[in-house]
Design a protein around this ligand. Structure first.
Ligand SMILES: *[C@@H]1O[C@H](CO)[C@@H](O)[C@H](O)[C@H]1NC(C)=O
Ligand SMILES: *[C@@H]1O[C@H](CO)[C@@H](O)[C@H](O)[C@H]1NC(C)=O
Ligand SMILES: *[C@@H]1O[C@H](CO)[C@@H](O)[C@H](O)[C@H]1NC(C)=O
Ligand SMILES: *[C@@H]1O[C@H](CO)[C@@H](O)[C@H](O)[C@H]1NC(C)=O
Length: 524
């Protein structure tokens, strides 16, 4: 056989693979482990599909992959230093305005911190790098959008916390505050007058703060770090935001309020939930042998149980000791003291695989979005003890849906905890609602992760997708709201009514001025 022909054949065979392997810059500058754990599911799937990924992150991967390049922000941003955990346990972040300010603040601090890392600086200064696509967490890191300008490539963002008004705006929609509650609020789409008024106030406050306080700071930050590293004048991050091609959002139709959308907003809630892996042997037998069932307790990956005030720990242990169920507690310090015989602690637990076990009766959680979705997926009733951020919202929604109860961490007593856990187990309606929610949550046309990867590759294939958003994104507000049209119509209506009236009045006065003379003549 002609060797040239063979070579051609080989090239043709390889063609589809090489032409679809993209070079992706994947950025998760936010240091909280739970965020990266969610983002990593996307990253791993992209690697499996044969793409090359450069990951800018705070967390080193636990595996090696030939096509993964890591840019590790090291040392990591010290969140507890800026946001002491005592304050969180003291419920300092209970108001919506405090939470909003905390997010702006933490976003500015962590973005600045990450951009100052020498390896990130080297990426900014790099001359020979090429990327087909940038993926960025959609979480208060707008200065990072300047990388899209630097590398001249399209952007996909991953919305960890669900929808926010600014995502609608970048896709060309104004969020209707009459029936879409703010990201931090737990209202349904049927709001009372007071709820609508408060929603409008909070949403407006968010929009104004973002436009005139937060985004200018992001722009200033981007300019400080990118000036001189890119040719020509730098665009505004607000322009770059409007250039985002696609947003993959942690939201699910069965859990969130229905909202007007754009083709560039895609729901991928549930991406992080996979078929369970086999449990470690000791856990498997522990769960199998717990004939009365198991209560699983975890405050997530950021808030550690060791940071809890001492009196709370003994209060919790006291409640647990009175349960006939076993308790599995993600507790990071083995010097907890005396443990009741039915309580088992471990510093790390495979949460998804544990929740999938049929003997789990109740999940005691802080109401974080990822854990809540796992609880729903596996149909486990939840006792939610929210601490900050979106946890209050997630909790209220779960309670309203009927598969959860809630407690205030600051005020709870041993008796409260015990009663709530017992009720969640003894009253069958919680389990029934949990199973209903689970069936709706799992009923998807395809696994959300497959859908997400399809859209990511779609954006890379087409080198951006301006056709997934409406022109509304670029319109000035007065045009979007048709103020010019209504204004013009009002003007016409005004002129059409006022002008003839004015003329009639003028004519009338002319006639009246003549009339007295005539009547005088008549009398004479
Ligand atoms: C890494 O990328 C190369 C070239 O794109 C590809 O041929 C190879 O299969 C990838 N490796 C893995 C383990 O996916
Ligand atoms: C927006 O994206 C397009 C295509 O991806 C690009 O040509 C344009 O320069 C971008 N705009 C800005 C302000 O970067
Ligand atoms: C679990 O139960 C099995 C059979 O019921 C028993 O053989 C085994 O020893 C038990 N394991 C533990 C750790 O209690
Ligand atoms: C565990 O708790 C003890 C007592 O509270 C403390 O002295 C110790 O440093 C803690 N260990 C870790 C690893 O946090």
């Amino acid at each position: 056989m002609n060797p040239r022909w063979l070579l051609l054949c080989l090239a043709a065979l390889l063609m589809p693979i090489t032409s679809t392997a993209f070079n992706i810059l994947f950025m998760g500058p936010f240091p909280a482990p739970s965020h990266w754990m969610w983002l990593e599911h996307f990253l791993r799937d992209l690697l499996q599909r044969g793409h090359h990924v450069t990951a800018l992150t705070n967390h080193r991967a636990k595996y090696v992959h030939p096509n993964l390049t890591e840019i590790i922000i090291d040392p990591q941003f010290n969140i507890p230093h800026y946001f002491p955990k005592e304050n969180i346990f003291k419920m300092r972040y209970a108001s919506d305005f405090q939470n909003l300010q905390m997010w702006f603040h933490v976003g500015l601090l962590t973005s600045e911190y990450a951009l100052n890392d020498p390896k990130v600086k080297a990426l900014i200064a790099s001359k020979d790098q090429h990327f087909d696509l940038i993926i960025l967490e959609q979480f208060f890191h707008e200065s990072f959008l300047m990388f899209a300008h630097k590398f001249k490539c399209p952007v996909v963002t991953l919305g960890t916390m669900g929808y926010a008004d600014n995502m609608d705006h970048t896709m060309g929609l104004l969020t209707p505050w009459s029936f879409i509650p703010h990201l931090l609020l737990s209202h349904t789409d049927q709001m009372t007058f007071t709820q609508r008024a408060y929603n409008t106030y909070l949403s407006l406050y968010d929009a104004v703060m973002r436009r005139w306080y937060y985004m200018p700071k992001m722009q200033e930050m981007a300019e400080r770090h990118f000036t001189g590293q890119v040719e020509g004048p730098l665009p505004h991050v607000r322009q770059l935001e409007k250039n985002i091609s696609l947003m993959l959002i942690n939201s699910h139709r069965s859990l969130d309020v229905p909202r007007p959308s754009m083709p560039g907003l895609v729901n991928v809630g549930g991406v992080h939930i996979k078929t369970p892996k086999p449990l470690p042997h000791d856990l498997q037998t522990y769960l199998d042998n717990s004939t009365h069932g198991v209560v699983y307790f975890s405050l997530g990956s950021y808030m550690k149980s060791i940071d809890m005030p001492k009196e709370k720990i003994s209060l919790i242990l006291n409640a647990f000791s009175q349960l006939k169920q076993n308790v599995l507690w993600k507790f990071e310090n083995s010097s907890i003291g005396h443990l009741p015989p039915n309580v088992k602690i471990q510093s790390w637990l495979p949460q998804n695989d544990i929740l999938a076990h049929p003997n789990i009766k109740v999940f005691i959680t802080h109401g974080g979005i990822f854990g809540t979705q796992e609880g729903i997926h596996w149909g486990v009733p939840m006792l939610s003890i929210p601490l900050y951020g979106d946890q209050h919202r997630n909790t209220i929604k779960s309670v309203r849906a009927g598969y959860a109860r809630t407690l205030n961490f600051g005020q709870m007593s041993s008796e409260d905890l015990l009663q709530n856990v017992r009720l969640l187990i003894s009253d069958g309606s919680y389990k029934q609602k949990a199973l209903e929610a689970s069936r709706k949550f799992r009923d998807n046309p395809m696994h959300p992760l497959d859908e997400a990867s399809f859209w990511i590759e779609y954006i890379a294939r087409h080198k951006g997708a301006p056709h997934l958003k409406s022109y509304g994104a670029y319109m000035p507000l007065y045009q979007y709201l048709l103020l010019d049209v209504f204004g013009c119509a009002l003007l016409i209506a005004f002129l059409a009514i006022w002008l003839p009236l004015r003329i009639l009045k003028f004519l009338g006065s002319l006639l009246r001025r003549q009339e007295p003379e005539e009547s005088r003549k008549k009398r004479q």
